[in-house]
Write a protein that binds this ligand. Structure first.
Ligand SMILES: [Fe+2]
Length: 251
């Protein structure tokens, strides 16, 4: 064996990490795939392109979650179900073997609290409700809203807790929420660093603490998809998916 052959057979210094099949996550339960009703997909072609790309990553079932936010996206079943039906029809015509349903991502505002009182929320799975906080500060109404959700038989899921900077130095708040049966949903792209290094760090800490119950793409556009493709080799993502803690499969 000559010097050149020996050089060729030298093992790679960087191990090759295979991208994770996101079908292993189960159902994607946080996305903005319905066209024209929030800051996600804008046209039906856009919706179908995002769905097709997510299918390529392994997802087979979607519970998409348009924003319901009084001041920005005042959605309701009346605005959500027509585009959902159109997307479903197009999927059938294409012969894609996937399922899509819709619930919502509720912003914690007065409108949400009124809907809780009226028991008029869009749910999925075992009466789960996805909701989000303001990014500026923990809403004063958060404890009351969570209490009323649970009192009315809903199971609250807090969307992307890792993105709320006001909680980053109060890690016990995350643990308190989990202890009170508020399920925590991590955005897959948070592990990429898309929302900044602090968000990435907290995401890893939440996974290490074993308190993440759901994983979502929160996919709005192709830019998000590109990051999701890249993050598939992330070690904490693999750890979370293999932890057995995720409930996405139950949906
Ligand atoms: Fe979202």
């Amino acid at each position: 064996m000559g010097l050149f052959d020996r050089f060729k057979s030298k093992p790679r210094t960087e191990p090759v990490i295979e991208p994770l099949d996101l079908g292993l996550v189960g159902v994607d339960m946080h996305s903005h795939l319905l066209f024209g009703i929030d800051d996600g997909a804008t046209t039906i072609e856009d919706s179908l392109l995002l769905i097709e790309e997510l299918m390529k990553l392994g997802y087979k079932k979607f519970i998409t979650t348009p924003h319901i936010f009084r001041d920005l996206y005042l959605n309701s079943p009346e605005t959500i179900f027509p585009p959902l039906e159109k997307v479903k029809r197009a999927i059938k015509e294409k012969g894609w073997d996937i399922e899509i349903h819709s619930a919502a991502e509720y912003y914690l505002d007065e409108h949400f609290e009124e809907l809780i009182e009226k028991k008029d929320l869009l749910t999925f799975g075992n009466n789960y409700v996805l909701f989000e906080y303001s990014f500026d500060e923990e809403p004063a109404s958060s404890k009351r809203a969570i209490f009323n959700l649970q009192l009315n038989g809903y199971k609250p899921i807090l969307a992307h807790p890792e993105r709320y900077a006001f909680m980053h130095d109060k890690f016990s708040r995350y643990e308190e929420l989990a202890d009170r049966d508020v399920y925590l949903q991590l955005n897959i792209n948070s592990l990429h660093g898309h929302y900044g290094p602090e968000v990435k760090k907290i995401s890893e800490k939440l996974i290490d603490a074993g308190i993440i119950s759901f994983l979502g793409t929160d996919c709005h556009h192709l830019g998000h998809l590109e990051l999701t493709k890249q993050v598939r080799t992330n070690e904490h993502l693999r750890k979370l998916v293999e932890s057995g803690k995720l409930k996405n499969h139950e949906l």
